[in-house]
Design a protein around this ligand. Structure first.
Ligand SMILES: [Mg+2]
Length: 353
């Protein structure tokens, strides 16, 4: 069987903590900023790109950083704030790009975009706009056909970077990279490899599997495969069962024409059916939402006797609900949603008819 090629993105915020601090205090902009403990034993958790020019790195003791750059500005970390920003970012990703997201740390994650082959670039472009506007920091994106390469790619041209590694680029494109870019090669292995004259991925590609195992233990096979572009790890996203699935739209023109409104309900019913069938869900409760010209919101729900995924049933119930609402004002928005789900593994017939 032919396995379809995957599209995986790795997203990584640029100098996450430092970027947030600079965002919140514009005086820090363009300056060497490091976030870390101020005590003698404090270490740098993140530093701005300006600070990196002085050779300051994460995990470096703050007193050494100060020696390298005496006028650097040290900001104490505010972890609560960072975790809130992180939550906001991942919520934006979920809502605008995909919910197949594996968060691997506070500021990075993998996105499985295979389902969005046609428009994933537009989604990611839009994501950059939204995060820029609503969060106010930048990120770098790597795109490839597996996790290992996507992560290598996101690190390619930070900050605000975008890099795509294609099937045909591998392994050539990896050859000049330092072995430290390869996940699984720590500082100790690096030293050992340097001692035998191996500095780049290109050098590493010359070693055979047996020798890799000798150096890295059982981990050796993974590294051997990965630098050849083979990595079968899945993006491990949590499958969430939504509480409700729905559609709503602001009308082009305010109206109380029931015929016109039913057109929307019909379109929504079809769209909702598509979403729930894809997720193997069946619903029992139907809710209609309207907003009047005066911005008053009303909702009305009905729970039917059987679970269904049928758009015809949904449309019929929605029409009843809109008639029950008794509209005397024009509407500016109409919405339809379904909830109260059951998850069947195989399609079952609606008993409604
Ligand atoms: Mg980062």
């Amino acid at each position: 069987m032919i396995k379809l090629e995957k599209i995986i993105a790795h997203i990584d915020m640029d100098a996450f903590y430092a970027s947030i601090e600079i965002r919140d205090n514009p005086k820090l902009k363009g300056k060497p900023v490091l976030v870390g403990g101020k005590s003698k034993r404090g270490v740098v958790t993140t530093c701005s790109y300006e600070a990196r020019k002085y050779g300051i790195k994460s995990a470096m003791p703050v007193y050494i950083a100060k020696k390298k750059c005496p006028n650097c500005i040290i900001v104490r970390p505010n972890h609560k704030k960072y975790s809130e920003v992180s939550k906001k970012i991942f919520k934006i990703i979920n809502e605008n790009v995909t919910d197949k997201v594996e968060k691997v740390s506070i500021d990075e994650g993998y996105l499985d975009l295979t389902d969005h082959k046609i428009d994933y670039m537009n989604r990611l472009k839009y994501l950059r706009e939204v995060i820029n506007k609503e969060v106010g920091i930048t990120f770098s994106l790597g795109i490839s056909y597996n996790k290992f390469l996507a992560k290598i790619a996101s690190d390619w041209n930070k900050p605000n970077g975008l890099k795509i590694i294609k099937f045909e680029d591998v392994p050539e494109i990896l050859k000049p990279l330092s072995i430290t870019k390869v996940h699984g090669i720590g500082s100790k292995s690096k030293e050992n490899l340097n001692n035998i004259g191996i500095y780049t991925v290109g050098d590493l590609l010359l070693l055979n599997k047996e020798y890799m195992v000798e150096i890295f233990g059982k981990h050796g096979i993974e590294i051997y495969d990965r630098i050849r572009g083979k990595d079968l790890r899945e993006v491990e996203y949590k499958k969430r069962i939504s509480k409700s699935i729905g559609k709503e739209r602001t009308l082009k023109e305010d109206t109380k024409d029931i015929k016109e409104l039913k057109k929307y309900l019909y379109a929504f019913s079809k769209e909702i059916e598509d979403s729930i069938v894809e997720e193997n869900l069946y619903f029992k409760t139907i809710t209609i939402k309207i907003k009047t010209t005066n911005f008053e919101t009303h909702t009305k729900s009905r729970t039917i006797n059987v679970f269904t995924s049928d758009s015809e049933v949904l449309y019929r119930e929605a029409c009843k609900l809109i008639q029950d609402i008794n509209i005397d004002e024009k509407l500016r928005l109409i919405g339809l949603s379904v909830s109260n789900f059951i998850n069947y593994n195989k399609k079952q017939i609606s008993f409604f008819e």
